[in-house]
Design a protein around this ligand. Structure first.
Ligand SMILES: Cc1cc2nc3c(=O)[nH]c(=O)nc-3n(C[C@H](O)[C@H](O)[C@H](O)COP(=O)(O)OP(=O)(O)OC[C@H]3O[C@@H](n4cnc5c(N)ncnc54)[C@H](O)[C@@H]3O)c2cc1C
Length: 310
């Protein structure tokens, strides 16, 4: 409950235009703890650096909801360019995309633009043997995202497109079971958005218990799981679960965010687990950065100290 209140307070303050203006103009130095630069080249450099520690990359061009079809198409073109540049640099084309950034909810030529652009992106990734994960955003987008995911798996195969379930949502266990026929590659997260209690569990203990149930159920159904968390007690429990159930290390991977628990990422990779870091880059870093700050009280002090130092 306290975690929820903290998150709510930070995200509400971060949503105010004056705060956004100050942080955007003075906070880039601090944001770089979580964001791998502004250009494709710096992001590819970050993948190559992580590779030296045996950690894989998941590239994310930062950007969220855009209201105009032209901007959505432009954003999708940039993701295509990222895939091309990654391919040219010999970096695997593993990317994450928020469908709201490529036009989800906007109808163009009788079709949802988010789906049209996702087809272009997943098609290009498949051409390079890559993979696209459809990030999960706030709860009003869950139905449409899962339905578009189903369409994309039908067209491109589950080896090239995956999506995310958030354990704080009451609905996620039922959503997971309903996707089983696709044998989908799912990333399980706790959830990062400000959600009402009518749809999301307010207590951390419930969110954590739901997280474990989702991971165990998806593994037991024989599906590939991206265990995306920095929570060491969950990571330990997953390690015990797979050992006890004879599940191979190839059936799942651990995923963490760039700049968070790099020590743990290295340690797991050294122990022979597949580990992937989510590497965001780009100019539109503010919403992503706000969610990271809202995850941990110590991060607010980190930001304030960093900004005061200039
Ligand atoms: C690879 C990846 C992809 C994600 N994709 C999505 C998505 O598509 N949709 C979505 O809603 N959410 C997404 N998230 C965010 C997720 O929902 C959580 O908000 C975030 O991972 C924090 O939760 P936690 O599981 O680490 O557990 P928590 O219980 O929040 O944290 C456990 C411990 O991890 C450390 N930690 C956690 N967060 C931070 C931080 N920001 N800074 C420093 N330390 C921290 C702390 O030591 C903390 O005690 C993603 C997370 C990851 C790792």
């Amino acid at each position: 409950m306290i975690d929820q209140l903290y998150r709510k307070a930070v995200l509400t303050v971060a949503g105010q235009k004056t705060i956004e203006h100050v942080v955007r103009s003075r906070g880039w130095g601090v944001a770089q703890r979580f964001v791998a630069g502004e250009s494709v080249q710096t992001a590819l450099g970050a993948v190559q650096e992580l590779r030296r520690d045996g950690i894989l990359g998941n590239l994310d061009l930062l950007g969220e909801f855009v209201a105009s079809p032209d901007r959505a198409n432009e954003f999708a073109d940039k993701v295509l360019n990222l895939l091309d540049e990654a391919h040219a640099a010999g970096v695997p084309g593993y990317v994450s995309v928020k469908l709201s950034s490529v036009g989800q909810g906007q109808t163009v030529a009788g079709a949802d633009l988010g789906l049209t652009n996702a087809r272009r992106i997943v098609g290009r990734a498949k051409q390079y043997g890559g993979f696209v994960c459809l990030d999960m955003e706030d709860h009003p987008r869950v139905d449409v995202t899962l339905s578009q995911f189903r369409t994309l798996v039908g067209e491109f195969g589950a080896a090239h497109v995956g999506t995310v379930l958030q354990s704080y949502l009451y609905r996620s266990e039922a959503d997971r079971a309903a996707l089983d026929d696709l044998h989908p590659n799912l990333r399980i997260v706790k959830g990062a958005y400000l959600e009402p209690e009518t749809v999301a569990m307010p207590d951390k203990a419930d969110v954590d218990a739901s997280y474990r149930r989702l991971v165990y159920a998806h593994l037991s159904a024989g599906n590939y799981v991206n265990v995306a968390t920095h929570d060491e007690s969950i990571i330990r429990d997953v390690q015990h679960y797979v050992l006890a159930h004879g599940i191979s290390k190839d059936a799942f991977e651990f995923q963490m965010l760039y700049g968070v628990r790099r020590d743990l990422q290295r340690q797991l990779a050294a122990e022979g687990y597949r580990v992937r870091a989510y590497i965001p880059y780009g100019r539109d870093w503010y919403p992503y950065f706000s969610r990271r700050i809202a995850e941990r009280p110590a991060n607010v002090m980190f930001v304030l100290r960093g900004m005061l130092r200039g």
